[in-house]
Design a protein around this ligand. Structure first.
Ligand code: GLN
Length: 404
């Protein structure tokens, strides 16, 4: 799939014929991230950016102060590669408090540069080229490149609209003796689906039957609506040592640019993950890990308020999208809305997203970048809503142009 905007390629990299000498097979297997490209197009066209999922409102004051204080206290050198001890202790306390899960900070916690690094470090540590990964479709865009970089094959299992549930037989057929892991992202980006206990039990059963790990991306754990509950699959019977949890400060504390995340796994897995992490990045920003201690100590009210604010933003965007003619899938969690565009008569979501960013002043993500097998994404685009009321207001005004 080609990138959606045209750009010049330095001449040195363009071979007279065949593959460029200085491009690895791995790099050749990658496409530019459509999500991040849409942000650049939003800037270029001065459009309201509802594409890449990050807040445009300030991070909590208390966290900014904690980060500044850590820098002023001269916590400015490397931390231990797998994370500053106070932050690992805070992570252990968080999981005990929210999920009654216990982790040994010395042997089971690795602090990484965001969930993105957590995922690639984990997959690099646990897979060999040729292994298979089970991935639900639609999927967060990065899981494709993650598989390519590890030389793994993805086995895609459809989440079926309108409720984005999966067929148990289809899931079973995706598992084989070559399967090493299933990637699980709940609350889910892009669909907003939150897996329930029965679904998780089905996945856990297959993991045990086929001797497979669950690698979970749980970064939207606190962004839940309408009574939805997040259950870490690690808490299901038989899954404590068969699950790797990947998470970060980014979404819960509105600090996506800090790049501070963590990976939780039993000691043998952590041992491999820590080595890969060390040689990839050495470590996450030390003062920001120290500020993370303050983040994880927030009272329950913080999380209640977070979810309530996001529910308001979700409802505001759902209402405007509905008014101007989209058919929306109502998310149970995370901060994205998948919207069907068939009322607008465009041949596909990419053409529609280009029209939106160039002529309507809204950046969104074409659904196709979350699908590899099904063509369902061709008539879908994804909007995000971690935005100030005035941004959503500006988005509403722009989107009304679609009614003209
Ligand atoms: N998770 C965000 C999204 O889907 C983006 C994350 C990123 O770009 N690293 O938009």
């Amino acid at each position: 799939m080609a990138s959606i905007s045209e750009r010049r390629v330095p001449e040195l990299l363009v071979p007279a014929e065949g593959r460029p000498r200085f491009r690895s097979d791995r790099a050749s297997g990658l496409n530019e991230s459509v999500i991040r490209e849409m942000t650049r197009l939003a800037i270029q066209h001065n459009a309201v950016n509802l594409a890449q999922g990050y807040p445009d409102f300030p991070a909590p004051e208390i966290l900014k102060r904690a980060a500044i204080e850590a820098i002023e206290a001269d916590i400015n050198q490397y931390s231990i590669t797998w994370g500053a001890k106070p932050f690992r202790d805070a992570i252990a306390a968080k999981y005990k408090r929210h999920y009654q899960l216990e982790f040994d900070p010395e042997r089971e916690i690795t602090v990484v540069c965001g969930a993105t690094e957590g995922m690639i470090a984990t997959l690099t540590a646990i897979t060999n080229p040729g292994d298979e990964l089970v991935v639900f479709e639609p999927f967060y865009e990065n899981y494709g490149p993650d598989s390519v970089l590890c030389g793994c094959t993805r086995k895609l299992v459809s989440l079926r609209p309108p409720d984005w549930s999966f067929d148990r037989e289809e899931l079973r057929r995706a598992f084989s003796s070559r399967t090493k892991a299933i990637i699980l992202n709940s609350p889910n980006n892009p669909t907003g689906r939150v897996f329930n206990r029965e679904e998780l039990a089905c996945i856990a059963g297959l993991c045990q039957e086929f001797d497979v790990l669950a690698v979970t991306d749980e970064i939207y754990e606190h962004i839940l609506y309408d009574g939805a509950q997040h259950i870490p699959i690690m808490n299901l019977p038989g899954m404590r040592h068969r699950t790797v949890i990947v998470n970060s400060l980014s979404k819960t504390y509105s600090v996506t640019g800090w790049r501070v995340g963590w990976v939780l796994a039993s000691p043998d897995l952590t041992d491999s993950i820590r080595k890969v992490h060390d040689f990839l990045t050495v470590g996450a920003a030390h003062p920001l890990q120290i500020a993370g201690v303050t983040a994880l100590a927030q009272p329950d009210q913080y999380y209640t308020d977070l979810a309530a604010k996001y529910a308001e933003r979700r409802d505001a965007l759902l209402s405007i999208l509905d008014q101007v003619g989209f058919r929306c899938f109502r998310p149970q969690g995370a901060y994205y809305i998948m919207a069907d565009i068939s009322n607008f008569g465009f041949s596909n979501g990419t053409a529609f997203a280009m029209h939106l960013v160039e002529h309507v002043g809204i950046a969104a993500v074409p659904g196709s970048c979350f699908f590899a097998k099904s063509t369902f994404g061709d008539q879908i685009i994804r909007f995000c809503f971690p935005k100030k009321p005035e941004t959503l207001e500006a988005a509403a005004n722009a989107l009304r142009k679609l009614q003209e």
